[in-house]
Design a protein around this ligand. Structure first.
Ligand code: ADP
Ligand code: MG
Length: 280
């Protein structure tokens, strides 16, 4: 779906010195069609820059990238890349463009040569898929944070994308809003959309099939979230938060308890602990 080979990126310098700072280097990465990928890493590690490369907003200054076989260096292909790769950003309020839910979703479809009938069908389908049915006439600024982010997702869905990137799209939401958006991500993934979730939350990253950890513009670790979180020493170094049950499990292991590293959630850890305790 998305393929990066030896990709590097520098922003053009704004300083007098002309020295350009390289913010990404040597990125080799393949994101498969239909994959659910999480991306973590400290602030400034290059996550958002990489997301902008994925959807053709930026071009690599070194190496090559293809998206669905399309080359962002070709002007006629970059627009198609931007249609196929949608992005949901951090601030729910900044993504609202119209005064009703319906118009907000329609906005992106206008001037795209989509017929009236098809527009109506796509909008209804998008609204249903994010669970906003009944709120078509509502004013977006009256919605909750989670609803606003789901509205942003609906606007992207109406464009029939292959990939949706969530760039810290849950970080400004309350716990209810976060759950709503994570649930939407899971549904999208089940329906075959490629989901890329940039997040600071280890608990959220656990939902993904694969996790990459970025440090200083490079991919430092790659694997399933459970594999990566179960090696905590390295993660502390990378300043990443670890899910509570894994933190607890690894501390108990270090204290000599014969726990496995198989538990995938707190329930499984508790079950294993009960097993050990009942053996005495
Ligand atoms: P992250 O999303 O992981 O926090 P970013 O991709 O936003 O990281 O930023 C990576 C680096 O690129 C940072 O050092 C940041 O200051 C720099 N940077 C980001 N956007 C720009 C820009 N538009 N112009 C110049 N430098 C930028
Ligand atoms: Mg960012």
């Amino acid at each position: 779906m998305i393929q990066l080979k030896g990709v590097g990126f520098r922003y053009p310098s704004i300083k007098e010195t002309g020295a350009e700072e390289r913010v990404l280097s040597n990125i080799d990465l393949t994101v498969d069609q239909g994959e659910y990928l999480a991306v973590m890493g400290p602030n400034g590690s290059g996550k958002s820059t990489m997301a902008r490369l994925f959807n053709g907003l930026l071009l690599p200054t070194e190496g090559e990238i293809t998206v669905d076989g399309l080359n962002p260096r070709k002007l006629e292909e970059v627009w198609e890349i931007r249609r196929r790769v949608g992005m949901v950003f951090q601030n729910p309020d900044n993504q609202i463009v119209a005064t009703t839910v319906l118009d907000d979703i329609a906005f992106g479809l206008e001037n795209r040569g989509v017929s009236r009938d098809e527009m109506v069908e796509r909008i209804q389908d998008a609204i249903a898929r994010v669970g906003l049915t009944g709120l078509e006439k509502a004013a977006p600024h009256h919605l909750s944070g989670g609803q606003k982010q789901r509205l942003a997702i609906a606007g992207i869905l109406a464009m029939r994308p292959s990939v949706i990137i969530f760039d810290e799209a849950t970080s400004m939401l309350d716990p209810v809003g976060r759950r709503e958006v994570i649930a939407a991500m899971k549904t999208l993934h089940q329906e075959g959309t490629t989901v890329i979730h940039i997040t600071h939350s280890a608990d959220e990253a656990l939902h993904a099939e694969r996790l990459i950890v970025m440090v200083e513009g490079q991919i430092q670790r790659e694997g399933t979230p459970l594999q990566i979180f179960s090696k905590p020493e390295k993660l502390i170094e990378d300043a990443l938060e670890v899910p509570l049950f894994i933190d607890l499990r690894e501390r108990l292991r270090r204290q000599g308890m014969s726990l496995s590293q198989h538990s995938a959630n707190s329930e499984e850890l508790v079950e294993e602990l009960w097993g050990l305790l009942s053996k005495g």
